[in-house]
Design a protein around this ligand. Structure first.
Ligand code: SF4
Length: 151
């Protein structure tokens, strides 16, 4: 069966987000793939050893910093590395990752000023996946993901 890597906060069932909140994806296609056992849930930031909840963090240049300036690049890098390892181990056909996250964002991320401003960009785990030639969608791109899965 073709597997799909997914952000664990979209998969649901375990609280993993920085704010302790939940954002499960309830699209019927996503739930069908989940029921089929096709989805491989991953949370890069938890893989990196960060707590739940944890401080809001953003990509700033080549680093990832919290709002108070703590450098968490090492943790984010560790999580991105493990995410890529699991994508390769499960031989996933693509990934569906939570938009806007400094790890999982695939089109936009927050701009590093902590002023609630987004810019075009990608999270660190997505960068690692794309550098290894994995296709990455956000939860808003399920039409495209469905078409690719059908190929
Ligand atoms: S790192 Fe990714 S999977 Fe984990 S909570 Fe953030 S967006 Fe969700």
């Amino acid at each position: 069966m073709k597997k799909i890597l997914v952000s664990e906060c979209l998969y649901g069932g375990r609280i993993v987000r920085y704010d302790g909140g939940e954002v499960p994806e309830n699209d019927a296609r996503f739930l069908k793939w989940k029921a089929e056992g096709r989805l491989v849930p991953i949370c890069p930031e938890v893989f990196g050893g960060l707590p739940i909840p944890r401080p809001d963090s953003q990509r700033v240049g080549d680093k990832v910093l919290t709002g108070t300036g703590k450098d968490v690049t090492k943790e984010y890098t560790s999580g991105a590395t493990e995410t890529l390892r699991l994508a390769q181990e499960h031989d996933v056909v693509f990934a569906i990752m939570k938009q806007d996250s400094p790890s999982c964002g695939s089109k936009f991320i927050y701009d590093g000023t902590f002023t609630d401003t987004k810019k075009e960009g990608q999270g660190l785990a997505v960068e690692y996946l794309r550098n290894a030639d994995f296709k990455v969608f956000s939860e808003d791109d399920l039409d495209e993901a469905e078409r690719l899965l059908a190929k």
